[in-house]
Design a protein around this ligand. Sequence first.
Ligand code: GDP
Ligand code: MN
Length: 432
Amino acid sequence: ATPLDQEVRLTIRESIQSLTNKFDFTYLKGINKDSKGSAQDTGYTLEPGNVKFKFVNPKAKQGDPKEILEQNTRKYTEVMNQKIAGPKDFDLDLIRAPSDPGTYEHANATIVALVRNSEAIGIGRTIRKFERSFNGKFKYPYTFINDEPFSDKFKKKMQSYSDAPMEFITIPRELWDRPESIDAKKQDELMQIMEDHDVGYAKMLSYHNMCRFYLGNFYLLPELQKYRYYWRIEPNVDFYTDIKYDVFKYMEAKKRIYGFTINLYDIDRSVETLWPETLKFLNKGDNYKYVNKNGAFQWLLDDLQNPRNAKTANGYSTCHFWSNFEIGDMNFFRSEAYMEWFKHLDSTGKFYYERWGDAPVHSIGLALFADKKDIHWFRDIGYSHDPYLNCPHSDDTSGCKTGLLGQWEHLLDQNCMANWIDYSMEDTIGIY
Ligand code: GDP
Ligand code: MN
């Protein structure tokens, strides 16, 4: 073994030890496939005060992190090269675009954009692409959200991009601002340390507010109470696919809770205690009851490709659904399980003392409290937010290179999608 090799092995061992010692994990090596060959999440205990998860390493994955990355990249490429025209587990002819969006019976859904007045051009660019890709055919209403009132200029601009209904909302201050209970000086000190470790946005108070807002208070906005589903968009993202079916009606028909396109590792330093805090919550009272027995535990805990992350994040792989694209069922995020957990996280103050992002928090919540089969990878939707993309092999997609996650070679190891495919997807659905 080369010195580097040894170092990596040591890291894995330490990582396992740290998990086992600190958080009562058990690491099992061995085969973990059922008779049909699909991976099973068998390793967990759900009892009052004794919630444990085991990471079970499926036989299919062996080797050092570099080899694992190669295997995972091959898997990703293999799947991305399969042709797709939409989800394969539903008859899309039942939910085609209407000839007249004006008289169409929409699903109970809205397109959501949290933006600043200063981002009018960027969100305008997004909307033009989004209209061409999807909403020009369906005309779902837009909901624009801001922590300050939208200017008339902003509103007029948005209305020039689409004739779909639009609502412009100012977030009540108490749902956005940093809570009084947060010690600003303590935050400043801790965020300086985070910034020294290159954690993006660490010192930007508004970013902390944004993340916390999207995780909890967003779903409570009075204007959103009338909706069940939302599709989040952001400034300067791209859509490459002519989407010919009603994505919201697919969600509804299949009882999907969440849809995503891109799956990544996070900055480990930004979420060091997110998983330990979560275990603390689950081990309090009878909170264990919230855990879904078919959760995406393996995906949450995998430490094969990126052991350093799992170590720094104390057991959490840091894999997350990239939340600048998300299609969600708000009934889930308004549920007691999610809300109680969010309240616990909020009570720790660590949306400010650490820099917990909205993506990893959403992702852990979904992986624990939702059935993994209700979380859907929209592999068919070509999408990008700098610097990553999801580019399917499909006749309806143009302008991106099939299967390319990103232009930057050094970022390709950030892909976590193979773990999702291996641990959370049924072979026959969505892929082949
Ligand atoms: P990144 O994608 O993580 O680099 O973060 P962004 O800067 O794109 O922010 C995520 C989303 O939140 C975008 O839609 C932004 O427009 C929005 N956002 C971030 N900060 C603020 C803020 O202070 N006010 C408002 N109104 N929107 C914000
Ligand atoms: Mn963004």
